[in-house]
Design a protein around this ligand. Structure first.
Ligand SMILES: C[S@@+](CC[C@H](N)C(=O)[O-])C[C@H]1O[C@@H](n2cnc3c(N)ncnc32)[C@H](O)[C@@H]1O
Length: 296
């Protein structure tokens, strides 16, 4: 395995104003390395740190942290070498800044595989538009839309993540008080917005594979059409829905079928539907499905 890795190159930064990206990705060996402004976060399929990575990191990483992927949902990464990271720190992606916290557990603040979609939201949103970011986590999509001058509404179950979102807003010179945040179940909020007659020019749907909360029992591979239908009721004519599903077992064609079904349930028409694929360094299995759908 050592030879395989040594022969493969580390991915360079995708742009001069990006300091966080996947620097190494080998789904066959089960080794993934994310670079966070000079700190490496290594994830492995096996329950053992691949020691040869230390020599590969020389001159590239000031610290290395590691966690086995099967425990990733619950375990914060452990320190392997270099300087200890004791505080949260800032990374840049396409010029926007985000707080990273290695001690946060579930994930450290940003899902790097969504870089192209975050950039697209930043390029697509316009001043004065209303953009809704659901299942928002630390608000990466909201930050990009707000930096473009749009008004944003950020929805998540977690107060911790909503607060993290506002910290990311402040970090980028954006005033959190000029934007909306709603805490609670996204499915409930989408129904509430429909009752209130609220509409949005753009809506980001990026749910977890499974979500159980109160009456909600959602699975991406079973219920995506229903979720899309709830969003399609709120999108303005000519507006867009960015539909994402991070589900290995769901094929791209079934996902597209579900998304289009959901939009038709609201008697809306799809004007265009684009699949951007994943960032190039995430080679191999296209587990993250994304569709940028414009609705008539
Ligand atoms: C996969 S992360 C979303 C990643 C995010 N879109 C991004 O790109 O950074 C899932 C998020 O959904 C939230 N969540 C899960 N179920 C939810 C529900 N029923 N309603 C609202 N938020 C939910 C979690 O708290 C978590 O922040």
């Amino acid at each position: 395995m050592q030879l395989t890795v040594a022969l493969k190159r580390l991915f360079p930064s995708p742009s001069p104003d990006t300091t966080a990206w996947r620097i190494y990705h080998d789904a066959i060996a089960g080794i993934w390395v994310d670079h966070f402004d000079g700190r490496w976060l290594v994830q492995t399929q096996e329950d053992q740190f691949p020691g040869f990575l230390e020599s590969l990191s020389e001159g590239v990483a000031g610290s290395i942290y590691w966690r086995p992927r099967d425990k990733a949902a619950a375990t914060a990464p452990v320190h392997v070498s270099g300087n200890e990271v004791t505080e949260r720190f800032v990374v840049k992606e396409n010029g926007a800044s985000f707080w990273i916290d290695f001690s946060a557990g579930y994930s450290c603040g940003i899902f790097l595989d969504q870089r192209l979609n975050r950039r697209w939201v930043g390029e697509t949103a316009r001043p004065g538009q209303r953009i809704l970011n659901t299942f928002a986590y630390t608000g990466g999509f909201s930050v990009m839309a707000a930096l473009a001058g749009a008004g944003t509404t950020t929805a998540d179950l977690s107060k911790t993540y909503l607060n993290w979102t506002w910290d990311n807003f402040t970090l980028n010179g954006l005033d959190p008080h000029a934007h909306h945040g709603v805490r609670g179940d996204v499915f409930e909020w989408l129904r509430t917005f429909a009752r209130q007659g609220r509409t949005f020019h753009g809506i980001v749907l990026d749910p977890p594979t499974f979500s159980r909360n109160g009456k909600t029992n959602f699975r991406t591979d079973r219920d995506y059409a229903d979720l899309t239908a709830l969003a399609a009721a709120l999108v303005e004519p000519g507006g867009w829905i960015l539909c994402c599903a991070n589900t290995h077992g769901l094929t791209s064609s079934l996902f597209e079928r579900d998304v289009i079904q959901g939009i038709r349930k609201q008697r809306r028409r799809v004007l265009s539907c684009e699949n951007p694929g994943m960032p190039p360094e995430f080679n191999g299995d296209d587990y993250l499905k994304s569709l940028r759908v414009v609705v008539e």
